[in-house]
Design a protein around this ligand. Structure first.
Ligand code: PLP
Length: 397
């Protein structure tokens, strides 16, 4: 069978694949500690579930407007205005089947062969593949761990070519947990304005912040920046609603309309029931999220402290999201009965087989020296997983 070339350009999402491996082993009765899953271990709040039940009972179970119901678009606009001072007409808002789908619609609406998209490394795995799926070229902008993954303005400039169409900003970042301060966002915005770039601002972890940090959307820097920015967000992470599949984009009308048209010819509307649930989530205030983040904070400190005590591993304290991203290069060259450890992927494989601990290797995030561990799991599981990792490391020669 001759498949389209684009299908051969990409790989299945490595994080979802690892999550599936871990879940399958657990289902077989194997006692695996899962640090791979990128989702809160909290349950969706009860009032959100109640709204979904009410939607089912009242027969709100049919097609909706393909781009999402007005009630949800208004809740999204109200949120963006209240929190970031951004004003969007409902025609500038598109509701999709998760933020991943929002990003995909955006890539389809914007990109064509030869276009380039700047992606700061390390990056969330799907950015690169979504660009490739749309025949465009990802241009990786390296950032350095020692500099807190800050974007170097000269390096950013050197990535821009006449074919550059967009730059992706992901603050807080999956996988590093780094956040961009106002000065960093202003530098990116200035380059985007001067070179006429679209800014894709993925803010899905905006509410998972620690140590009193506050989220600032790059679109909030001013109307000129907002006019070229698509703010991407959703309810998956902030309200523990990964399975409900609601994400959204807000931005320039022309681009949002093109994305909405693409959605109308592909998936149509996201689930009517989930849309009602998302309205309830967005209108519910931040109490649930604050409580969840308080718990994540405790786990963040525990996991980072313990990882830093492991020989050959060093780990920065993440400022946001729920991932530790330890540097494991100090272990490369060590050996076990199972073979040599030369890469992060080898180490992840060793931890899965020897310690029954699932972690994601850094390679698909654009970093060969790191592992990603989600601490969106119980303190007890974190302790158990780290104990096992320590024991497995003791066996390395
Ligand atoms: C950085 C980032 N963006 C977007 C998404 C997609 O989220 P969803 O499609 O569940 O809304 C994820 C999920 O892991 C993510 O980590």
């Amino acid at each position: 069978m001759k498949l389209a070339a684009r299908a051969g350009r990409i790989v299945p999402s490595p994080t979802l694949r690892l999550m599936a491996v871990a879940k399958a082993l657990i289902a077989q009765g194997v006692d695996v500690v899962d640090f791979a899953s990128g989702e809160p271990d909290f349950d969706t709040p009860d009032p959100v579930k109640a709204e979904a039940e009410a939607a089912i009972r009242s027969g709100f179970t049919k097609y909706t407007a393909s781009s999402g119901i007005d009630e949800l678009k208004r809740a999204i606009s109200d949120k963006l205005e209240a929190e970031q001072g951004l004003r969007y007409d409902p025609s500038q808002v598109l509701v999709s089947c998760g933020a991943k789908h929002t990003l995909y619609n955006l890539a389809e609406a914007l990109l064509e062969a030869g276009d380039e998209v700047i992606i700061p490394t390390p990056f969330w795995v799907s950015y690169r593949d979504q660009v490739l799926l749309n025949d465009a070229t990802p241009v990786l902008l390296e950032t350095r761990e020692a500099e807190g993954y800050a974007i170097d303005r000269a390096k950013l400039e050197s990535c821009v070519t006449p074919r550059t169409k967009a730059i992706i900003v992901n603050s807080p970042c999956n996988p590093t947990g780094a956040i961009y301060d106002r000065a960093a966002l202003e530098a990116i915005a200035e380059v985007a304005l001067r070179h006429d770039l679209i800014v894709v601002s993925d803010e899905i972890y905006e509410k998972i912040l620690y140590d009193g940090a506050r989220h600032l959307s790059i679109a909030a820097l001013g109307p000129e920046v907002a006019a070229r920015t698509v703010v991407v967000n959703g309810v998956s992470k902030a309200y523990a609603m990964t399975g409900w599949r609601i994400g959204y984009g807000a931005g320039p009308k022309e681009l949002i309309t093109a994305m909405a048209n693409i959605q109308s010819q592909s998936t149509s509307n996201p689930s009517s029931i989930s849309q009602k649930a998302a309205v309830a989530a967005l209108r519910s205030g931040d109490a649930f999220t604050r409580q969840m983040v308080g718990e994540f904070d405790r786990r963040r400190r525990l996991i980072v402290e313990r990882l830093n005590k492991m020989p050959g591993i060093s780990c920065r304290m993440p400022a946001g999201a729920f991932y530790a991203f330890p540097n494991v290069a100090g272990l490369f060259g060590r050996r076990s009965d199972r073979g040599a450890i030369a890469t992060a992927a080898d180490l992840a494989d060793y931890f899965l087989k020897e310690a029954r601990v699932a972690v994601v290797p850094g390679e698909p995030f654009g970093s060969a020296a790191h592992l990603r561990l989600s601490y969106a799991t119980s303190v007890e599981a974190i302790r158990r997983g780290l104990d096992r990792m320590e024991a497995a490391l003791d066996k390395l020669a």
